[in-house]
Ligand binder design. Structure first.
Ligand code: SF3
Length: 436
């Protein structure tokens, strides 16, 4: 029996391949227009997430809102069939995402102060606890306020690690450390520690039965069978934590360092210039992004471990958990591994890279600097387009190409931006350091 739906193009509402079929093939999801629409929608979703967290803190921007409206209308089934325009829209999405990340950074700094380098414990402290995961600083801030003086300790997980660097959050003595690594260790981690759990944003996983009743979501996060809290009254989370057993005192093996803000890095720029000119710093790398549990993501740790000692590595997002336990030392007081924060703190990376270009009186592409990024989902797509919108060339991405990129799109990304897919760490390093 034939399926009528298969015969009907959801792009142009015509019979597939029939007389009125405007873009033969689009309905088969093979055509470039459909792929570019997916790409744009993913970037818009990433932007929307950052915008959401800025709005939570009272920061909005009508130009960004208007752009998102344009994106959604442009990806309507039958309004825009122009591939060139979709590439330009993606570039514009990158620019708008820069604006969005700036807005969120302003919101974070004006609410919690500018981050400062901070050491973060990775073990447990005797007593009851709550783990907060996700990206929501507002939710974490409110949780810290409400748990103060209750004897409950608060731990961060994954993308909330950078919260420890913000003066307005680190002042809470019961924000005692970070547990686990990036988002995909949740099930194991939350099963291991008998604490209450609060999911504040995307990157929550469907919970195991064993901790479902002590998990809560807030903001945009929702999970089946898990209590959702509207607003910021976390009484139920706190009450649940009180009923759970104490954690043991167990110091972690690693102390993590986070909180390298724009001001902190810019205060080092003079020194960095000197070290570059005297040949003590050869190259800068930005290594980070959205981590994924694929074997191929081991690349990023190997890559950093193989880098020569005269290189500096700026890291961000949950991809940092591949490398942030490494002791890479420093070059004359400049740390070799610099954690600038969450994925949205890519804006700090952009500001720093622009400042370096200014100091060396050159363009970003002429700097001895290479981006080596891992992508996983929507936010990473928005950030990639932000970097491309600045004209940054030669970015390495991995572990695989985004699924919607077809040969046509790849050709544009390679021809216009010299985008590269990661290969083997040793060979990639050789190629980068010889200027390939
Ligand atoms: Fe990405 Fe979840 Fe980790 Fe924010 S958004 S970095 S994966």
């Amino acid at each position: 029996m034939s399926n009528d739906l298969d015969m009907f193009c959801y792009q142009c509402s015509q019979t597939v391949g029939g007389k009125g079929c405007v873009v033969k093939g689009v309905c088969g999801k093979e055509a470039t227009v459909a792929r570019l629409q997916d790409n744009l929608l993913f970037a818009a979703k990433g932007m929307a997430a950052y915008l959401y967290h800025a709005r939570e803190l009272g920061y909005t921007d009508s130009e960004i809102d208007a752009f998102l409206e344009r994106v959604f209308y442009s990806t309507f089934t039958n309004v825009n069939f122009d591939t060139e325009d979709f590439v330009e829209l993606a570039v514009e999405a990158g620019r708008m995402n820069i604006k969005t990340m700036k807005l969120l950074k302003k919101a974070h700094i004006e609410t919690y102060g500018e981050p400062e380098p901070t050491e973060v414990q990775t073990g447990t402290v005797k007593g009851k606890g709550i783990i907060a995961t996700g990206h929501g600083l507002k939710a974490l801030g409110e949780l810290l306020k409400q748990t103060e003086g209750t004897g409950i300790n608060v731990y961060t997980h994954s993308e909330l690690l950078p919260a420890h660097g913000y003066p307005g959050l680190k002042r809470y003595k019961h924000l005692v450390g970070n547990l686990g690594k990036s988002w995909f260790d949740q099930k194991k981690l939350f099963s291991k520690y008998p604490v209450a759990i609060l999911g504040t944003s995307n990157c929550v996983l469907i919970p195991r039965e064993e901790y479902k009743d002590r998990m809560f979501t807030t903001g945009p996060a929702r999970l089946p069978g898990v209590k959702h809290i509207d607003g910021y009254d976390f009484t139920e989370v706190i009450e649940k934590a009180k009923t759970l057993p104490d954690l043991e005192e167990k110091t972690g093996d690693t102390i993590l360092k986070t909180g390298f803000s724009k001001s902190v890095i810019l205060s080092l720029v003079g020194k960095i210039k000197e070290l570059v000119e005297s040949g003590r710093i050869r190259h800068f790398f930005v290594v980070g992004g959205c981590d994924a549990p694929m074997k191929k993501n081991e690349y990023y740790r190997k890559f950093v471990q193989m880098l020569p000692k005269d290189t500096i590595i700026i890291t961000l997002a949950c991809g940092k958990f591949r490398i942030n336990d490494l002791d890479l030392g420093d070059i004359d007081g400049v740390p070799r591994l610099i954690d600038i924060g969450q994925c949205n703190d890519a804006i700090v990376g952009i500001d720093v890279v622009e400042a370096l270009a200014e100091v060396f009186k050159t363009s970003i592409n002429e700097l001895p600097l290479t981006f080596v990024l891992s992508w996983m989902e929507q936010k990473a797509v928005a950030i990639l387009w932000s970097l491309l919108s600045l004209g940054i060339k030669g970015i390495y991405i991995g572990p695989i190409l985004p699924a919607w990129i077809n040969d046509d799109m790849l050709k544009v990304l390679v021809d216009r931006w010299d985008l590269k897919l990661i290969g083997e760490p040793e060979e990639d390093i050789k190629e980068i350091l010889r200027g390939g």
